[in-house]
Design a protein around this ligand. Sequence first.
Ligand SMILES: Nc1ncnc2c1ncn2[C@@H]1O[C@H](COP(=O)(O)OP(=O)(O)OP(=O)(O)O)[C@@H](O)[C@H]1O
Ligand SMILES: [Mg+2]
Length: 502
Amino acid sequence: MIGAPVISVRGVGVRFGDVTVLSGVDLDIRPGEVHGLIGENGAGKSTLGKVLGGYYGSSEGEIFIDDRKQSHWDTPTALENGVAIMHQELQLVPGLTVAQNVYLGIEENHYGVLSGTEGKRLERLMAECGLQLDPDAVTSDLTIAEQQKIEILRSLAREARVIVMDEPTASLSKTEVDQLHRIMRGLRDEGRSVIYVTHFLNDILDVTDRVTVLRNGTMVHTRDTSDETKETLVSAMLGGAKSETLYPPKARNPGKVVLSVRDLSSSMGARVERLELRAGEVVGFAGLVGAGRTEIARAIVGADHATGTVELDGAPLVVRTIRDATEAGIVMVPEDRRGQGLVMSQTVAANVSLPHLANIARAGVVRRGEERSLAQRVIERFGVRPAAVDGDISNYSGGNQQKVLIGKWLAGNPRVVILDEPSRGVDVGAREAIHQEIARLASEGVAVLVISSEIEEVLGLATRVYLVDSGRLVDEIDPDEVGEAEVLAALFKHQTTKDSVA
Ligand SMILES: Nc1ncnc2c1ncn2[C@@H]1O[C@H](COP(=O)(O)OP(=O)(O)OP(=O)(O)O)[C@@H](O)[C@H]1O
Ligand SMILES: [Mg+2]
């Protein structure tokens, strides 16, 4: 028996200025289902989620709760009706503790006096769902993965009937993703509903009951997940047949050593005795979340204080700041696009030109023409949508922001490129473009280091892979000989002495 939908929308349309980002969307969410929502970057998934959450009150269309048409729909009304959102771009208050962020706006109070019971409530909630964090830790001190867990706990704390989870797993480890899937199934068994937005199609097939596909702001269809395969989903998203991601051919003849690292030791726990990157090779770092992969990269580029030797083309290099590294030709594309990567208040062009100001400014004045053509090249190379150099970056979808972030760092002529989670949150097409770009860099003699939580991606791109644990390179493997499952098993084996929570 199928109950009446808990929430439905009919004919939803959202416009920003004269750009239509959603039109004519119909969606029914049943009680007790995990409902997948997929589509390419910019297809309108996050926008649809926000419509449900009451963020775009004035949009076109109708909203029904338990078959009753709502005359008025905004964020408080949505919460009252049990609809909560876990945002794609983390929206936590950095200076508050974990517990304060989780209960922000729903604090317990007695006649207006806060009772300060958030810590205890949070302990109970975490015990119930199996996610662990220190309730008193200050949010800004935590990693993105931990902050993502706060967002998940926030949505659970609202005891909603419908929870929209917008790419909740982007920076979670495999174990944490499994845990989140268990939470989703638990919610479903209680008769609650989850709308699950993700680019991981295996997860969609694994955990959802039905799936809705969006393309260019319109609905393609809603179907039972059991009737779908990875191929049918991809072709519905793209509007034509297209198979799984194929990796570009790997360059097999690396040149001389470009980057050489000895006895590197950083304040954040990176410990590398020896690492060499050769011209034209792609080296991968595989590790569990919290293994210290990012910390090693940060130590190399001078983002964290470190001791040891770094040599570029055989000459010793002093890198005290990211800028020293960038100017020497070593660039790092960071994983956190909001915190470290992009300036949200600026245009695409201004963001792209930031690391290259030295080259495009004359007598301290930025040449706007050069800035625009640099941005135009990035837009074309990565298929950034909308394709506007003057576009305000904060209005771009998560995946399109990621394309700009990568393009911005690659727009110079680097010797060494380090990419940290390069395809996080990007769709199938953009992912392929990024992989092609990595292969192209290598073919031009750049030394590339790729860090990814997706083991399959590391194996698909790199010719040499290091397993990383506790900030150390604990093993080197040949990606053509070793499979995903073996790598994962090896990583867990190295990790056994530690607590599994990053
Ligand atoms: N406030 C805004 N002003 C202008 N355009 C916007 C705004 N918010 C979103 N858009 C545009 O709406 C479109 C849909 O964006 P949305 O964030 O819903 O995509 P998405 O499917 O979630 O993509 P992704 O997979 O990259 O997260 C994009 O083209 C985006 O640039
Ligand atoms: Mg989105």
